[in-house]
Design a protein around this ligand. Structure first.
Ligand code: FAD
Ligand code: UDP
Length: 385
């Protein structure tokens, strides 16, 4: 197969993984990145004063069931064991998340065993009249009942999404389990950990290949396409088309950074379940690296709001209105030759890191395969709508 000239837009996980795959297959890869650093929203950097590794765009914990992807990341970074144990403050007390036996016993002032707690929640708390939950609120009422819902989910979700939980899909809550034992690991996945030297270091290793040319501080524009055979675009889908049909809705985050001399909260993530506290959570970054010791501490108070034109888009909203607009952009994209749209922004979906890497590898392979067979290239290699 001849050497193909690829342009990759974005040096986040998607762009880096795709670039590496193409380069390893003997192709020329140029990556343009508008920011002054690689890593996208996974970017980490050490705070100069305290030495703490800071998750600049919010906390990132790697977790997966996909053994191939776990091996992939471990071939570029040394992963240290890390379990995500989240606490939440509500009604003047600190509780453990996800809702587990400790949370239930503490909240109701009881000493129930697993089967007792199970009967208590399913028979006395859960709203059994709801048989087919249609939204986030119904899902919560169906599975944990009103008391736990109002203490832990209602206020947090109002703050996080800027709308009432009854307007959100049930699928958002399905990501949070309820446990009738004392397991307080936030994630179910088999593999979980933290790259010893941060995500940016790992992504720098992925990008370290002689056939990859990286251009930071370089924003893509469509005139760049001419010089390349094919483009992988991990920027915003609507941005590619200069927002000609309107903007896809996102939530953005504001991080109020503060430092502390010592240990501020004793854990990495403290959620705030009540609406009266204006932020959703506080993250204390040194606790993401429990193998390190630091006297000082760097913390982020996290606030969520609707993204404006100049804000960093974080969470795609994906309500009815946005899905309609998304369909229109997907239609435009499918008529665009030479470009494959990838990643969380290019496909307008929330993607965990392991899924991002899996899709990046599969998409790169799909495009290489199409080039080899002379097939027509597709704009999306995943289902976007
Ligand atoms: P991005 O990281 O957004 O990278 C896209 C890159 O493209 C950016 O660097 C951007 O600057 C660049 N770009 C955009 N437009 C242009 C342009 N026109 N020209 C040039 N460059 C451009 N996942 C987990 O698995 N575990 C977690 O704990 C976790 N926590 C998260 C917490 C938060 C607050 C958020 C928002 C996400 C979290 N994620 C987590 C998901 C994770 O961030 C994504 O999986 C990952 O960032 C996706 O990588 P990406 O390359 O697709 O997108
Ligand atoms: N959630 C909540 N209270 C919490 C944590 C989460 O109500 O203390 C809700 C919230 O709506 C959030 C969803 O559950 O969007 C999924 O939680 P997860 O921790 O997966 O959130 P994300 O990683 O998307 O921030």
């Amino acid at each position: 197969m001849r050497t193909v000239r690829f342009l990759v837009v974005g040096a986040g996980l998607s762009g880096a993984v795709i670039g590496r795959r193409l380069a390893e297959q003997g192709h020329d890869v140029t990556i343009v990145e508008s920011r002054s650093h690689i890593g996208g929203n996974c970017h980490t950097e050490r705070d100069v004063d305290t030495g703490v590794m800071v998750h600049v765009y919010g906390p990132h914990i790697f977790h997966t069931d996909d053994e191939e992807i776990w091996n992939y990341v471990n071939s570029f970074a040394n992963f240290r064991p890390y379990k995500n144990r989240v606490k939440t403050t509500s009604r003047g007390q600190v509780f453990s998340l996800p809702i587990n036996l400790h949370t239930i016993n503490q909240f109701f002032g009881k000493t129930m065993r697993p089967d007792e707690a199970h009967s208590f929640i399913t028979q006395e708390q859960a709203d059994t009249l709801i048989t087919d939950p249609q939204n986030f609120e119904e899902q919560a009422l169906r599975f944990v009942g009103r008391d736990l819902y109002e203490a832990f989910f209602k206020g947090y979700t109002l703050k996080q999404w800027g709308c009432h939980p009854s307007e959100l899909p049930a699928s958002i809550l399905k990501r949070l389990p309820v446990r009738f034992n004392y397991d307080d690991n936030y994630f179910f996945h088999r593999f979980q950990g933290m790259p010893e030297h941060g995500y940016t270091n790992m992504i720098a290793c992925i990008l370290n290949h002689p056939s990859i040319t990286l251009k930071l501080n370089t924003t893509f524009d469509r005139s760049m396409c001419e010089a390349y055979d094919h483009i992988f675009y991990s920027g915003p889908l609507d941005g590619y088309f200069d927002y000609e049909l309107g903007r896809l809705g996102y939530r953005t985050l504001d991080f109020e950074r503060f430092t502390y001399d010592g240990d501020y909260q004793g854990c990495a993530v403290m959620n705030y379940g009540e609406e009266k506290v204006p932020y959703t959570r506080i993250t204390e970054h040194k606790h993401f690296a429990p193998w390190e010791t630091h006297e000082g501490s760097v913390c982020y108070r996290e606030y969520s709001r609707a993204a404006e034109a100049d804000d960093i888009p974080y969470y795609p909203i994906r309500q009815v209105k946005e899905k309609k607009l998304l369909s229109a952009y997907v239609e435009l994209a499918s008529k665009t030759s030479k470009v494959t749209f990838v990643g969380r922004l290019g496909t307008y979906r929330y993607l965990d890191m392991d899924v991002t890497i899996r899709e990046a590898l599969d998409t790169a392979n799909g495009v290489l395969d199409a080039f080899e067979k002379g097939n027509v290239l597709r704009s999306f290699f995943v289902s976007v709508l």
